[in-house]
Design a binder for this molecule. Structure first.
Ligand code: FAD
Length: 452
């Protein structure tokens, strides 16, 4: 039986979910707080490009948009490490650099998904409409018309909260009994800066790499854009002697960049202006449960599980949510409560695992990625993957280039690490024994020659 879904939030997950549902014959009322992004300029400082990988591509393939998205994406085949001084170092994501993650424009992808949703006869999109809250017992939702300032109450049959990390739908769930919720801010925030295109819309640095400037307690990354520019994101503490709070001026920022990122300074001619005008934004991990209120409402994407961006998986995981939710609704369209519960049961342990992996990867990227030990570890990983493909798969591969559920990938990587440590210790012990044996034989040889 076709249902009417009200989706709050027409960002990446909400717009994609609308297409999924409409293709299954359901009606969708899609409400978005912002005006139509296809008719304005994107907000300054909101992440401009994103890394799209296997999980996200699979969802786009299902709705027939993958080819179009990938045509305008830039493949990044590995990390390019920028030390304070000395040569750059490229670390491929796979041994032969055939695997790549894809830099895509957030606003371009969002616009494409919105247009795909609008093409579906069952979908109606309402821009500049903000969900203020809802009553799950009556199904009534309060919606603010952001332009006129008027509030209206709408009736809903069932609601999908795809309204991002600071979800209004989730806020209403929080007022109910026994709703678990935690929100953890990182002490670092981020600020975006631009490396403009070189003449002829070409890129000033290698366009097929994700550039990283690892600096121990902070870092900067840069992803390529189609127009020849790069978007740099500096991840930096909010507080402390060197922090966003203590360094508001562009001149001070320039000094800091000359010291920490000397090769980036000539690439960012508008550094002072970008610094003073682009806002610093916070990074949050949100965990909550349950994700649904019976069959009345369910959370999707960042509304259910915002994660920090260091694995480049927030959007990819949100697209995987859409696939999972659509599958469970297909299996029991007349019993949305059980569809929502089975979806949450499948997804929650995995997004919890992803939240931890993303936090851990911040340490890896900012602290370790530049070290020779890290480079050796990556070489060993590639060698183990090539020699024992059935036994060893790197965590990065499982998370980024496979559909292995995140929790399973995390557990398997931990098992592999333990086994590699055991084998290494065993080999070292065996080598030690061999050396001792050789020494004993040599001494015996020397002693016997001396006495006989
Ligand atoms: C700096 C940064 C870099 C990132 N890089 C990557 C990356 O490389 N790869 C990756 O996979 N992920 C990345 N992410 C994560 C990714 O952006 C999110 O996981 C993804 O956008 C989640 O999609 P969503 O639709 O759930 O939320 P959003 O994209 O945030 O969309 C939510 C929508 O809901 C609307 N909304 C909010 N409140 C209301 C309301 N009350 N009523 C109606 N509408 C409302 C918003 O306007 C918005 O359009 C990054 C995130 C950040 C911050």
């Amino acid at each position: 039986m076709p249902r009417t879904f009200t989706i709050f939030g027409a960002g990446l997950a909400g717009a994609l979910m609308a297409v999924y549902l409409a293709r299954r014959g359901h009606r969708v009322e899609l409400f978005e707080r912002r005006p139509d992004p296809r008719r304005g300029t994107p907000e300054r400082g909101r992440s401009i490009n994103l890394a799209l990988s296997t999980r996200g591509i699979a969802a786009l393939e299902e709705i027939g948009l993958a080819d179009e998205v990938l045509r305008s994406a830039i493949p990044m085949r590995g990390r390019m490490i920028h030390p304070r001084s000395g040569p750059l170092a490229f670390q491929a994501y796979s041994k032969g650099a055939e695997l790549a993650i894809n830099s895509v424009s957030r606003s371009g992808l969002n616009s494409l998904l919105l247009s795909a949703a609008e093409r579906e006869p069952g979908v109606r999109v309402h821009f500049s409409r903000r969900c203020l809250g809802m009553d799950f017992d009556t199904g009534k939702a309060e919606v603010l018309d952001v332009e006129s300032g008027r509030t209206e109450t709408i009736d809903t049959e069932t609601v999908i909260g795809a309204d991002g990390a600071f979800s209004g739908v989730r806020s209403s769930m929080q007022k109910r009994d026994r709703f678990d919720y935690s929100q953890d801010y990182l002490e670092h925030g981020y600020k975006e800066l631009t490396i403009p295109a070189a003449p002829g819309a070409t890129h000033r640095i290698d366009r097929n790499a994700l550039h990283i400037w690892p600096r121990g307690t902070f870092m900067m990354i840069a992803l390529p854009n189609q127009d020849g520019s790069f978007t740099c994101t500096l991840f930096w503490p909010y507080k402390g002697p060197h922090s966003f709070d203590t360094m508001p001026s562009g001149d001070a920022a320039l000094e800091f960049f000359r010291r920490e990122f000397p090769d980036a300074v000539p690439l960012i001619p508008n550094l002072k202006d970008d610094w003073e005008h682009n806002p610093a934004a916070s990074l949050v991990t949100v965990r909550c449960a349950p994700w649904n209120v019976a069959g009345c409402a369910v959370l999707l994407g960042d509304a259910a599980h915002a994660v920090v961006p260091f694995y480049g998986q927030g959007m990819n995981a949100s697209f995987e949510d859409c696939r999972s939710l659509a599958r469970h609704i297909d299996a029991s369209p007349d019993d949305l409560r059980s569809a929502y519960e089975r979806y949450a049961h499948e997804r929650k342990p995995n997004t919890d695992a992803l939240a931890q992996l993303a936090l851990d990867n911040f340490i890896e990227m900012r602290d370790k990625a530049g070290s020779p030990a890290f480079r050796r570890k990556k070489m060993v990983e590639h060698a183990l993957e090539a020699l024992f493909p059935r036994w060893y798969t790197s965590l990065y591969f499982m998370v980024t280039f496979s559909h292995t559920p995140y929790a399973e990938a995390k557990a398997r990587a931990e098992r592999q690490d333990r086994a590699v440590r055991r084998w290494t210790l065993g080999l070292l012990a065996a080598l030690g024994l061999l050396l001792i044996l050789a020494a004993v034989i040599l001494i015996a040889h020397f002693v016997t020659r001396k006495f006989w």
